[in-house]
Design a protein around this ligand. Sequence first.
Ligand SMILES: C[S@@+](CC[C@H](N)C(=O)[O-])C[C@H]1O[C@@H](n2cnc3c(N)ncnc32)[C@H](O)[C@@H]1O
Length: 198
Amino acid sequence: MTDLADRRGVNTTVYQPAEDSGLLAKAAVSRVSGRVLEVGTGSGWVSEQLVRKTDADVVASDLNPHACRQAAERAAALRQEGERGFQVVRGNLVSPFRDDSFDAVAFNPPYLPADPDAERDDWMETALTGGEDGRAVIDPFLDAVGRVLKPDGEALLLVSSLSGYDDVLDRAEANGFSHEVVVQESYPFETLTVLALK
Ligand SMILES: C[S@@+](CC[C@H](N)C(=O)[O-])C[C@H]1O[C@@H](n2cnc3c(N)ncnc32)[C@H](O)[C@@H]1O
């Protein structure tokens, strides 16, 4: 188990909001409107911020059924308060969704390079690690997200220096995206950046 994984609550089945979640929410709240998808919603906290702080119509998805349940409970609690709530869909990346259907797609992906000495086979591993180089989920996301974006839509992707910032940019460019840095913060272990990809 890595120190970073340790700090991020490996004893739960659902990733709980951390500094990366906060950074993605901050970036997304400043930019999104219309129909917005949050991929890999985890607890649903980022989607909740989008509902509370923007007028976007939010859809949240995750591969992890426990995350979908927790996010759906959060959406239900929002509706109880009289807020709009958000829809929750279980699925792999953007595969459940139609072409050209979102104005924005936000994703805080699993990005830690896997530690071969501390491999786990659970949902927290799915939330945290992206294979040997940290990009095992980021790369297919970059290859697929353009399909579900409307022509003027943009993807907001959280990128850590731990998963190779330049490699992520190269893959985004190879998929026809230009990029803009929306927000960037440095921490003791890593620098986190939210990229807007158009
Ligand atoms: C780092 S967590 C982020 C959770 C939440 N968005 C946040 O910022 O607090 C990554 C999330 O992506 C989900 N995930 C991993 N691979 C996925 C995939 N292929 N398709 C959809 N979700 C995936 C994980 O289950 C996890 O909930």
